[in-house]
Design a protein around this ligand. Sequence first.
Ligand code: ATP
Ligand code: MG
Length: 420
Amino acid sequence: MASRVCLVHYHEIGLKGKNRARFERILMDSCKAALAAFSVSCITRISGHILITFSAKGEAERAMPLIAQVPGVARCSLAFHTNREPAEYCRAAIDALAEFGPFETFKVAARRSNTDYELTSMDLNRQVGEALCLAYPEKKVQMREPDATVHVLVVQGSVYVYAKSVRGVGGLPQGSAGKVVTLLSSGIDSPVATWQLARRGAVVVPIHFSGRPQTADTSEYLCQDIIEQLAPAVQIGRMYVVPFGDCQREISMKTPSDLRVIMYRRVMYSVAERIAKIEGAKAIVTGESLGQVASQTLENIMAVNEVVDIPVFRPLIGSDKQEIIERAKQIGTYDISCETAPDCCTLFMPRRPETHAKMDAVHEAWDMFDHDAMIDYLVEHVEYVDFTAPVYKRPRAMRERHEELAPRTVVREGDAEAGE
Ligand code: ATP
Ligand code: MG
């Protein structure tokens, strides 16, 4: 009797030469974390794929769409696992084609990873092809661009047969590309930017600036919803929350109104850089898109960027709003982002913000309040919310120092002990 398994395909990590084993291990860990709610019995490497087996019936079918969302997965196939009996794997091939969906043309693509099996790939193609022609006499075999391809993979004592597969998100497994902090608002753009960096293999640590205590904490909960929506395929272990309302009030009272937004952002970037250092993160990520709003002109981006030394990545800088919306819908964050909540962006907004800031004026305004003391204060009073995410390693310094400092530390389920 054939059992059902998932076969994970990966493109990019196959190209990584000597690092390949490391990348495969990280991808296996990612799949394991994503499937924590499933009864996974084994995750292992076979012949250029990752094989995932389950102990409960029906789980491979249910897990397939979730696995496809895991960064690093190029494709996920739902396969039948049989022994080497021709009757068994030919039966599986017939069933695989049956569940493929509508098709008119098909072919068989067989491969054996070890040569101790007496049949060659060509023999297997012919043998399975004949069985399929008998089962589907009205369908045609076509070698070039058939509607359906039945893959037959012989690995040691096992045969894996599949026709149905879904495309994965691609990219690299999270944890293979270091750590970044991301400036996360509950808007449409920054969740997409965060997801993009996670897809490139980064461990992402969001920082949210809340308008609290001048506003309610609704935006903080929306950000939590966004993180929970991206999970479990994208792992986020901690979100920092910076209650920024009182400092914004101070800035709004002490600096010219047209430069306020730039001042807020310079403080936000500075705090983000400090948290990045504590976290061992090597870049800041934002959801900025050129010209989208007043603060996202080249002059203003420059005026903000100069306060930090580490790289600032803006993966959406050249994206059109419609493209960003489409991606937000695809990753499931769009509806959450459409819920309006006041955050620090909506607080103390000037009627006419400067769109082309002059550096001299910016520096003058920057010195109108004690920015260093403000940044220190905000870093000292940062709060955080933890989520279950094995890929995230908590910085030890922060944990010790903030055990009593963070008044609203919420630890969500599990909260595995880590530390660097
Ligand atoms: P978004 O939809 O991501 O909020 P936006 O189009 O509303 O973006 P801005 O409000 O100008 O644009 O924000 C630009 C970027 O600054 C955001 O993409 C995000 O990275 C960061 N940012 C804005 N507000 C906050 C906040 N409250 N907390 C953390 N980061 C923020
Ligand atoms: Mg915003």
